[in-house]
Design a protein around this ligand. Structure first.
Ligand SMILES: [Zn+2]
Length: 421
């Protein structure tokens, strides 16, 4: 008998997302499934019947009965703007009343208002705001997320944001993959001298971020009113020279060749893609660029233009779904809600939205060997869901199905109990 630390058994459906377990769902489902976890990693996985004669719990070990429930890998949110101060509920209301983006900006709203609030906020304030958001995400089943800077837009303020992420990473079970997004927009003080801002990005900010090892990726908002194709390319190539892997906010508001650029620079992902061209999709498929789609932004801004997810699937692009958590266009920490929207708005299937928030999301941040599926040797990031089967997850929406969250083999969240008389 081998001693292990944690056993989960009797799961009605155990979604491995592993190609080793072939079944018609293509999610690698094991019925009456079991997982044995040792030292933070998946030690064994298979049918519950085979478990009892092989494993026993070590001292302080724990067993979880998953009868009637579904077990799957921890969710991965591949695109968030986790660290910001202030909020923009006024803007939300103005938009409902029909004000345009420009009118809202004229009244002091928009992204620059968040930059102003974030610059004013202290390290500690940003840390506690970030921690609250991570707690909410964890309770929704998220065990890893990608987080972008981009509300500082000065050397000092961008470093502050990235340092907050690093501190959170060391003090919270949710794992953070950091991205430098100094090219989010041109800050107010450089409005008349955008060349100087790009120079600042390339010559001071990127080298410093890389030197202090504060980010793994470099992202650019490639869009008519943000950064042009040429500027985006220059910034991403500079990032690459300093070891930061490229990502792009591409083709969100207009067809701008962002997807093509993502393929050209070898980006890990191209995100948004509402206006992606057919050519762009083909090139992404060719170069293995993951599409990160953000239904929360389409939903929150009430835009009718959706990314052509079916076309991407047909061309062989791997699709991930993310919250895009940010105060302007997608104020939510709920990745499960994005799964439902991926189904209803983008016509993705329940299988595809589950892949999009696990293994494909892991791939979009270069973590597919470590997380995103339940396989022997991988990190033990596991969810226990109070649902009878996987289709139920996006189907019953707007409520919490997560019962237990396990990160690196440890139970880090249990559903809070209702104390009704
Ligand atoms: Zn974004």
């Amino acid at each position: 008998m081998i001693e292990v630390d944690l056993i989960i058994k009797n799961a009605d459906e155990l979604l491995t997302l592993s190609p080793f377990f072939k079944d018609e769902s293509r999610l690698g489902i094991i019925r009456n499934g079991a997982v044995a976890i040792k030292e933070g990693r998946i030690f064994w996985i298979g049918r519950a019947e085979e478990l009892s004669e092989r494993f026993t719990l070590g001292r302080g070990g724990q067993e979880i009965d998953a009868k009637g429930k579904t077990v799957m890998p921890g969710l991965i949110d591949a695109h968030t703007h986790l660290i910001f101060a202030g909020s923009r509920e006024n803007e939300f209301e103005q938009r409902i009343q029909g004000l345009s983006y420009l009118e809202i900006a004229d009244r002091g709203g928009g992204i620059l208002s968040t930059v102003e609030a974030t610059r004013k906020a202290s390290f500690d304030e940003l840390f506690s705001l970030g921690k609250k958001r991570l707690d909410r995400m964890l309770s929704k089943g998220v065990t890893t997320l990608e987080a972008k800077s981009g509300y500082g837009l000065s050397l000092e303020d961008e470093l502050k944001i990235l340092q907050v992420m690093k501190a959170l990473q060391n003090n919270h079970p949710v794992e953070i993959v950091s991205t430098f997004l100094g090219a989010h927009t041109v800050p107010r003080e450089f409005r008349e001298a955008r060349d100087r801002y790009i120079k600042l990005l390339a010559e001071e900010m990127i080298p410093r971020v890389a030197q202090e090892k504060l980010a793994e990726f470099c992202d650019v908002f490639c869009e008519e009113k943000a950064f042009t194709l040429e500027e985006s390319k220059e910034i991403l190539e500079t990032g690459k020279r300093y070891g930061l892997k490229p990502k792009i906010h591409a083709d969100q508001l207009s067809p701008g060749g962002g997807a093509e650029l993502a393929a050209e620079v070898g980006a890990s992902s191209a995100d948004h893609l509402e206006y992606v061209s057919r050519e762009g999709i083909k090139k992404m498929a060719e170069k293995g660029v993951t599409a990160v789609l953000l239904p929360g932004a389409s939903f929150f801004l009430s835009t009718k233009k959706y990314p052509p997810a079916r076309e991407m699937v047909e061309e062989g692009v791997s699709i991930s779904l993310a919250t895009d958590l940010n105060p302007g266009s997608s104020m939510t920490e709920s990745l499960p809600l994005m799964m439902t929207m991926g189904c209803t708005m983008f016509k993705m299937t329940p299988r595809e939205v589950i892949q999009g928030t696990t293994i494909h999301a892991a791939r979009s941040m270069g973590r597919e060997k470590e997380i995103g599926s339940l396989e022997i040797g991988k990190q033990a990031d596991v969810l226990l869901l109070d649902i009878p089967n996987y289709r139920y997850f996006p189907y019953h929406f707007g409520v919490d199905h997560v019962e237990v969250v396990i990160k690196k083999g440890k139970v880090v969240c249990r559903r809070s109990e209702v104390h009704a008389p």
